[in-house]
Design a protein around this ligand. Structure first.
Ligand SMILES: *Cc1c(COP(=O)(O)O)cnc(C)c1O
Length: 388
């Protein structure tokens, strides 16, 4: 059997992994370097320097060959111990995953639940923390299952008054939406390469505050080996990782950070926001409703409730078979009702307009009455143009 070939037209529009810029792909397609040599150490040092402003930190940043879930687990394995309590804020699937990881480790988990699609409320969290001791509070920065962001600044103000560490999963946020780890008092920030950082999957990172370092250095934690942050901290002092680093992906990440800084962080965040809003306007013109709390909609993941008479799964399938366009449905309690599109990675306004015109054709074929061209027109009616 011949090996499968890469399809010619293939539009990866998922909330991760995302389409990767050609420059980044090219940066990964170079001869593999010695992971202990000066050339690779220079790449690690440059990545550290360029990622710090994206994370908003002066902390050590650790890199691992892993998907995002690996560093979610690592963050807990390095600070928890059996019998300790961790409070996980759950307003979607990734919060629920964090809580499942903690339970699997034997950590005592309490969940602070918020209705899916709503944002985590700092005031409710503050009340919950009153008089209770937790080893950590876990929050997802950008809940990719619902397309809702968390106000980490407000949450950080609450958690920093306690002994608990604040663990934040910004796997689908970092690089696309602001993160100020030090200002916002985030103790462990975890992320991964394949979302707004615009790289192929397989590289994950964790950034640690001084408050987190103190807990990590203690000896009463779980046994751990590959995930031991203490080992990684020693190695990163000489710009290395304890075990073989994904050297090609690190080179790719350096290039994507280069692209981000050439555009300017502020401009990058503004672009994600503007294009996500354009996508939403277009989808609303087709009869979709916005899923998620209006003041907390994500700039990197657009979640849409499908018109009542159709099934989200049919939209996903048709976009793939007819247009080689890959978006996500929902594999949880929102299955069939909510579709999700990534507005991050290698994408621009043309991609949004193409997505919308395919989406328009698709819902029409599924029996929704639409005026052809209405989605693209709505997407292009930028608010600033209306003011003129
Ligand atoms: C994608 C994602 C993850 C990690 O998923 P992996 O498949 O393990 O990389 C974690 N949290 C959020 C919010 C995500 O979007």
């Amino acid at each position: 059997m011949p090996p499968p070939r890469h399809p010619q037209h293939y539009r990866l529009r998922l909330p991760g992994p995302v389409a990767v810029p050609t420059r980044v792909l090219q940066a990964t397609a170079v001869p593999v370097l010695n992971h202990r040599g000066p050339e690779f150490r220079a790449i690690v040092a440059a990545v550290e320097q360029r990622i710090r402003p994206v994370i908003g930190t002066e902390n050590p940043v650790l890199f691992f060959a892993s998907s995002g879930t690996g560093v979610m687990e690592a963050s807990l394995v390095n600070i928890g111990s059996p019998g300790e309590f961790v409070l996980v804020c759950v307003n979607g699937q990734f919060g629920a995953r964090f809580s499942a990881i903690a339970r699997s480790l034997g950590i005592k988990v309490e969940e602070l639940e918020f209705e899916w699609g709503t944002a985590i409320r700092a005031d409710v969290l503050a009340e919950r923390l009153c008089g209770r001791e937790y080893r950590a509070v876990v929050v997802v920065h950008n809940e990719s299952s619902t397309g809702v962001t968390a106000n980490i600044e407000a949450i950080g103000r609450v958690v920093r008054e306690t002994n608990a560490l604040l663990i934040v999963d910004s796997v689908s946020g970092l690089g696309g939406i602001p993160m100020r780890q030090d200002e916002w008092s985030v103790d462990i920030l975890v992320s991964a390469s394949q979302k707004a950082l615009m790289c192929p999957p397989g590289l994950a990172l964790a950034s640690l505050s001084t408050k987190a370092l103190k807990v990590i250095q203690r000896n009463d934690r779980f046994s751990r080996f590959y995930w031991d942050f203490r080992k990684a901290l020693v190695s990163i002092d000489s710009h290395e990782t304890p075990f073989t680093a994904p050297v090609s992906l690190m080179a790719g990440l350096l290039e994507s950070l280069q692209i981000i800084h050439e555009e300017g962080l502020h401009a990058v965040f503004a672009r994600h926001n503007k294009l996500a809003m354009a996508f939403r306007r277009g989808a609303v013109a087709l009869g979709f409703t916005l899923y998620g709390q209006a003041d907390s909609l994500s700039p990197t993941v657009v979640a849409l409730r499908v018109p009542a008479q159709i099934n989200g799964g049919d939209i996903v399938r048709r976009l793939y078979t007819h247009h080689h366009t890959i978006i996500a449905g929902s594999r949880n309690k929102l299955e069939g009702q909510v579709i999700r599109v990534g507005t991050m990675g290698d994408f621009d306004l043309n991609d949004v307009l193409t997505d919308l015109s395919y989406l328009e054709e698709t819902v029409q074929q599924l029996g929704v009455r639409v005026n052809r061209g209405s989605a693209v027109t709505a997407a292009l009616s930028f608010p600033e143009e209306k003011e003129n």
